[in-house]
Design a protein around this ligand. Sequence first.
Ligand code: MN
Length: 751
Amino acid sequence: MDKASGNIVPMVASNGARPVIDLVAENEEILRRYKALLRSIRGQRTVEETRLVRKAFNIAVEAHKTQRRKTGEPYIYHPIAVARICAEEIGLGATSVAAALLHDTVEDTDITLDDVKDLFGPTVANIIDGLTKISGMQFQTGSAQAENFRKVLLTLAQDVRVILIKLADRLHNMRTLGSMARDKQLKIASETSYLYAPLAHRLGLYNIKSELEDLSLKYTEPEIYEEISAKLKKGEAVRKRFISRFIVPIREALQEEEFPFVIKGRPKSVFSIYKKMLKKNVSFEEVYDVFAIRIIIKTKPELEKADCWKVYSIVTDYYQPNPDRLRDWVSIPKANGYESLHTTVMSPGGKWVEVQIRSERMDEIAEMGLAAHYRYKDDEEHATALDAWLSRIRDVLDDPTSDALDFVNDFKLDLFSDEIVVFTPNGEMRNLPSKATALDFAYDIHTQVGRQCIGAKVNHKLVPLSQPLRSGDQIEIITSKKQLPKEDWLNYVVTAKARQRIKQSLRDQKKKLAVVGREAVQLQLRTWGAKVNAPNIETLVEYFRSNSAMDLYYQIARGKHVLETVEGVSIKAGKLILPKRKRADDERSLEEVVAEIRGDQQGALLIGDDLKKIDYKLSSCCNPIAGDDVFGFITLDEGIKIHRVNCPNAVQLMSNYAYRIVKARWKGKDTVEFLAGIKFSGIDDVGLVNKITTIISHEHNVNMRAISFESHDGIFEGKVMAFVHDTDHLNSLMDKLKRVRGVRSVERVDQ
Ligand code: MN
């Protein structure tokens, strides 16, 4: 089971009452679900495979028979559902289905890993072991989540099925998240959008990725989610009419060419629409590509590419393409295996429409990602792209000294970014994330090449290291033996590998510098007449509050501390004695702060005037006001910071520092006023500014802190920072502003 979901409950209710359950009907339902699972496994199953799945099913049913899910359903529904996702939505085979059925047995039942090994052999046992380790990893150290993620990737590099089953497990937990407590929902949803959705994306599991993102949004931003999905639903009929009209000429032409094909019109995911709204700062109505048209052709492997282009030429015979928006992943697939030809064309109604063209095989890869590669076993070329990516992961993971949290952040850059394709001087192709620089390329070739890189020639022209590359560039790296990686190189690179390797080099350089510092320390100790020994060095470490002797040496070599100026030194029998330096408040350890807060309060942190003794601040990144859904984040030097649950930083905080999160809610009415930002835009009109300021300051009796207006080409945009009592107050003010004639949009902003 996923530890985070904690959705296991004993069969007997805690009050001892036995719920009335029709066990016969339930057993029938379990069997029905099992049969549906069997049917969902693709292709021909051998007798052994069927036997394997049945055996796994029988053992899982027996092992979980006393457990129920939070919903009251038999627990076995969960492993069956996870196994079915593996078969149906990821296209995995019998071994994975068996492992999915057993995935929670070792962690949650009496079955041991040895039992699994005896019964099912080493392959299934290894998968279960991987899955058990991943979920057992949480809440252990400071950056437990990050460490956890690293573990996930380590296992991934060994047997990809572990992560695929884990994703299926997470997907089912997300689909059934409704029965969990709100704080758990938030935590699981954040972790999902932070770790699992990007991972699904990287593995090419587009459908699963979109569903994970949508479900996360549903729990973190329920109102926004409902609003967008309601609008999508409302527009469905119009969209269908539009699509059927749009494809008429294409359909006819394709039929004439005798291409067997399917055309689908698919709406984009709620999450991707929301992301676009945020990124372009537009309303739902202004997002023009809420759906894409997909043409899937049946064709012979050797004709795939030519046929895709043939369809492209038919489409663009009827509709004018936008030359800037042609994406050819047919000639060069993405590193995660995605192949497709995308173009955006102008429809008769004056709307841009994205058209995706691909073969059936490409479509299956796009939907099922990685696993599909394994089914096309003879598909050498694409297996190589995947292997290259996996070996890149192993490369990064190779560095055992790197900080886990750092690692995740570096790695996420790789997970999220799009790709470019560049070439070596010999014409060898390399995939890199977009925005990668010449320096990234150098490190991609070899660590040594990166370390000694002094410049590059891009398409035969000399460019600096920091030059961002573009698809199609041919790069030659210029090296020098004298070169050493610099601190600011970290600003020039986007790949995890380059970042990790540069940090490693900087650490090595630091070690060298520390040798100089150590000599200085030893010399000074002798000058004072003190012994050069560990206790005396420790005294200095404490005095300067360095993290370690190594740190102290480095700081001294860099001139951060000066030994000669230390006052009040005395020596007793070679022992160095230094005066105590008063410890400032802000140097309390995190543990001390946490203990203090934890000891002070049960349950949620109440924010209000009676809680003055707890030092909290409203964070300035999202400016929470009374009534907002909030949480507290324990900081080292500023007490607790209150963030909105939908703060742009919340996801990262919640998933990386779960142990520093405290529940928080507002208590009662407060006389305090909160600073909130409102942004509005509309048609520029004489007197409009006046009207708005009047509403804010007089009618609503609100104090403004700042107001700004900008106007160009008849459109004005304005922002006001004003003091309000709570969300009700803010909403009523915004409603009033919306009703002003000429005002087109009014929205809350964080800063
Ligand atoms: Mn599970």
